[in-house]
Design a protein. Structure first.
Length: 380
């Protein structure tokens, strides 16, 4: 009996041993299969053709190392102003070329209020930098100060805001240089004596006011005593109003010899009036103008405008963009004496603007006349 019991227990133990061995072999097989699948999948994921790897490396090399989140904005004086549009094109070209986003804002009215609204929009958008051609020296201060408090870099260009409202100003040409060029042209075209007038932009335009103030200071010299400045009129940088103001000056001052116009919109309007009324050679128009707009009024013989001055507004926009990028990247603050070399290869210095702030001067004014107007009329 005892032997039968022992035999039964031995059989049962052997059965469990066989079952256990079978189960272990099956589980191990499943694990091996899973590992093989994973290894195959991993191999499929990591096997990249050599050509693809080379293309990816090349793409990484060609892509500029930039922060794609940087957004730069420019606010012009007004919509429909050819000079401002060319300046904006230079700004946009540099910003986009550096791999950043550019926003151009044109106010619908030539007022500080319209610009303030745009500044507030850009602050809410949290842009990286703002360049503004101011319609008023002081009125933008609160809005621009709020922008700087929000760590937005701010520069003015063409027409400055006060020193407390920006990091620096981009000056198209030195104020004294522009003023002296305009005074010299008045002396030349009047013969040094007689009635002349100024047709400006708005009464609050900071760049025109700075040039006119500098002209009046120069004219205090005794050598200009025979020149009679009869009036400073304002066309508000609107073509039709500038036409109207030109006609009013002609009617009010029959002995008028020269009309000096330090604004591109006004100069084109004044030259058109002189040409339409057949007054070429009797009343001469000079000032600051765009070659593309003034070519038809210039040339050999008796013309409305024998010569004029300007700079390249595209370059003004470019330098403002270079400056903002340097500031946003922490390489420039706008402090006196700083120097940087831009992507165009030119070196720019931060200098004293004479009113408690700093500025970067793009270059001297350039004279356009019959000898070179055809070369420039298709440029800007």
């Amino acid at each position: 009996m005892m032997k039968k019991l022992l035999s039964l227990l031995l059989v049962i133990a052997m059965m469990f041993a066989v079952i256990g061995c079978g189960s272990t072999d099956s589980d191990d097989a499943d694990v091996v299969e899973e590992q093989e699948v994973e290894e195959d999948a991993g191999s499929e994921e990591t096997d990249v053709p050599a050509d693809t790897e080379e293309e990816e490396e090349e793409a990484e090399t060609d892509t500029p190392e930039t922060d794609g989140d940087q957004i730069y904005a420019m606010i012009t004086k007004s919509a429909g102003n050819p000079y401002m549009e060319r300046m904006a094109s230079g700004f946009e070209e540099v910003i986009n070329g550096a791999g950043y986003e550019a926003i151009i804002k044109h106010p619908t009215e030539i007022t500080a209020e319209a610009q303030i609204s745009l500044i507030n929009e850009l602050v809410a958008q949290n842009v990286s930098g703002i360049a503004v051609a101011a319609n008023d020296t002081d009125a933008l201060q609160t809005a621009l100060t709020a922008a700087m408090d929000a760590d937005i870099q701010v520069v003015s260009l063409d027409s400055a805001v006060n020193a407390d409202s920006r990091n620096t100003h981009i000056q198209q040409a030195g104020v004294e240089e522009v003023a002296q060029s305009l005074v010299d042209s008045v002396v030349d075209l009047t013969g040094g004596s007689g009635d002349w007038a100024i047709l400006s932009a708005t009464s609050t335009a900071t760049n025109q006011n700075a040039w006119i103030d500098a002209m009046e200071t120069i004219l205090e010299d005794e050598q200009y005593a025979d020149l009679n400045l009869v009036e400073i009129a304002y066309g508000d940088d609107e073509y039709q109003k500038s036409v109207d103001q030109t006609q009013a000056l002609l009617n009010n001052y029959p002995d008028l010899k020269v009309l000096c116009v330090p604004t591109t919109v006004g100069l084109a309007a004044a030259a058109k009036v002189i040409t339409d009324e057949g007054l070429q050679g009797e009343v001469i128009v000079t000032g600051l103008g765009l070659p593309s707009e003034m070519a038809e009024f210039m040339g050999e013989g008796e013309v409305a405008t024998p010569y004029m001055f300007l700079w390249n507004p595209i370059d003004v926009g470019k330098v403002s963009a270079y400056t903002l990028i340097e500031m946003v990247n922490g390489d420039l603050t706008g402090s006196l004496g700083e120097v940087f070399t831009a992507e165009d290869g030119n070196t720019y210095e931060v200098t004293d603007d004479g009113s408690g702030g700093t500025e970067i001067v793009v270059g001297p004014p350039f004279r356009f006349d019959a000898t070179n107007i055809d070369e420039w009329k298709d440029v800007y």
